[in-house]
Write a new protein. Structure first.
Length: 115
């Protein structure tokens, strides 16, 4: 494990991470610091702990929206997919009715010819 000292909104935190992930964790901590600073500009008179909690909640909201968007695009069981399947089934049902009607008409013609 590697020991890192990260800085978030002017405060230092000692954390540990996997040895191979040091650069990645440092980059993530810079992104967190940026988000916290950005939020601190719009929210006044909030202590550091609450600012971190609010930032965490906003980041979770961003992740949730990304996952929902990705899910609706990639998930074959999303509502869009279900609607498309229902539409295709309805179209198939209509086409089968047309085919059945034409077959019935042909059968009637054949029967008339055989009389």
């Amino acid at each position: 494990m590697a020991n890192l000292r990260i800085r978030v909104n002017g405060k230092f935190y000692d954390i540990t991470c996997d040895k191979n992930n040091e650069k990645y964790v440092l980059e993530l901590s810079k992104q967190l610091d940026s988000k916290v600073k950005q939020l601190s500009l719009s929210v006044k008179n909030v202590d550091h702990s609450r600012l971190l909690v609010l930032t965490g909640i906003l980041l979770c909201e961003e992740i949730d929206q990304i996952l929902k968007k990705k899910s609706s695009l990639d998930n074959p069981y999303s509502m869009n997919y279900k609607n498309q399947v229902l539409e295709i089934k309805e179209q198939q049902k209509q086409r089968m009715q047309i085919v059945k009607s034409k077959i019935d008409t042909l059968i009637n013609h054949i029967q008339l010819l055989n009389k």
